[in-house]
Design a protein around this ligand. Structure first.
Ligand code: SF4
Length: 335
């Protein structure tokens, strides 16, 4: 049998790892492409070498991490096939990622692509008709091999041309996990990869925030999406955005996300949440932001709280005395 070279699409979960390994076991050289966007996989940004080393050490897989965040925002804004239960445009997402993989395959003269999809596993994107749409729209018909359920699908070029032995491919279908667990056991995979965080577009609370921001702003950046993932969010009447950290690590993250023009707020003398106000702020906005922040601090039952604010990361030069906001006010501002 001829040897080939392939790319696999590594989602970070078990199925794509198994699919990759099944094909590697047939003597094919596989590089696993792991696409990241601010909605999934982004914690690997800047840590690429560490993750690549980990996949190699734990699973013997050569991985490549590719940030497609900017382009992906366009997919999320107007998906041709709509959204799933939350803000997840699964079919368009796959069309986009598979198209990118196909382009790379052509550029680097690889023979075919591999995905870990299983027929009938997911309601939106892994139905037979959806799989066909994805192949057609991404230009991957005939070159996309799904080793875990290949025996239920038409043979691909890799199979008909003899690069891959179809008899060694599988016929898994449905939502059960047992066949995958057994296969992992057989392959000696004990530490299952966990796709940390999963896809945030399927998280009901975050999806709601993402939807609102896409509806309200014609221009969204990766940074905007990262910003929406931290803390409690409030929208003031002038369109300013207030974020209140819920934990120490979120306070730190807000410090990192701080940029020129933002205002930082903290309750004086009481350790607790940090507030970040984005957008031009007049005195009344600072007052409102301060009272919301005070509501989430240990001063929430006090009649008055003193809040410090400033426009630099390490300088809180202003002060304001406010009453902590009431529940009604809080819920009317929530974003
Ligand atoms: S769940 Fe998220 S990452 Fe997965 S296909 Fe849907 S949109 Fe894409």
């Amino acid at each position: 049998m001829k040897k080939g070279r392939a790319f696999s699409l590594l989602s970070g979960g078990l199925d794509s790892l198994l699919a990759t390994r099944l094909i590697m076991d047939q003597g094919i050289e596989v590089v696993a492409l792991h696409f990241i966007t601010p909605f999934f996989g982004y914690q690997k940004k800047g840590q690429e070498a560490r993750y690549q080393e980990r996949w190699k050490r734990l699973y013997g897989v050569q991985a490549r991490i590719i940030d497609v965040g900017d382009e992906y925002l366009r997919v999320v804004r107007s998906p041709r096939y709509g959204y799933g239960r939350n803000f997840n445009p699964c079919i368009d997402c796959k069309v986009f990622l598979f198209s990118r993989a196909r382009e790379l395959m052509e550029e680097e003269k690889r023979d075919f692509l591999i995905s870990g999809e299983v027929l009938g596993q997911r309601p939106m994107s892994q139905r037979r008709d959806a799989m066909r749409i994805v192949e057609r729209d991404s230009g991957t018909e005939g070159v996309l091999l799904r080793p875990l359920c290949a025996q239920h699908l038409k043979p691909t070029r890799a199979e008909t041309e003899g690069l891959v032995d179809r008899d060694k491919l599988l016929a898994i279908t449905g939502r059960g996990r047992k066949p995958q667990m057994e296969l992992a056991e057989k392959m000696g995979i004990r530490h299952y990869p966990t796709p940390a965080g999963g896809c945030l577009l399927t998280d009901p609370e975050l999806a709601d925030r993402f939807r609102k921001i896409f509806q309200q702003s014609p221009l969204i950046t990766v940074e905007d999406i990262l910003f929406l993932q931290v803390g409690r969010h409030f929208r003031l009447s002038g369109g300013q955005h207030l974020v209140v950290g819920r934990r120490e690590e979120e306070n730190k993250r807000l410090m990192e996300l701080f940029r020129e023009g933002d205002t930082l707020l903290r309750v004086q003398g009481i350790p607790g949440p940090l507030g970040l106000l984005r957008g031009p702020a007049e005195e009344k906005d600072l007052r409102l932001a301060s009272s919301v922040l005070a509501r989430y601090s240990k001063a929430k039952d006090q009649e008055k709280a003193e809040v410090q604010y400033g426009n630099k990361r390490d300088e809180f030069s202003g002060r304001i005395r406010v009453s902590p906001a009431g529940e009604e006010e809080i819920s009317s501002l929530r974003f």
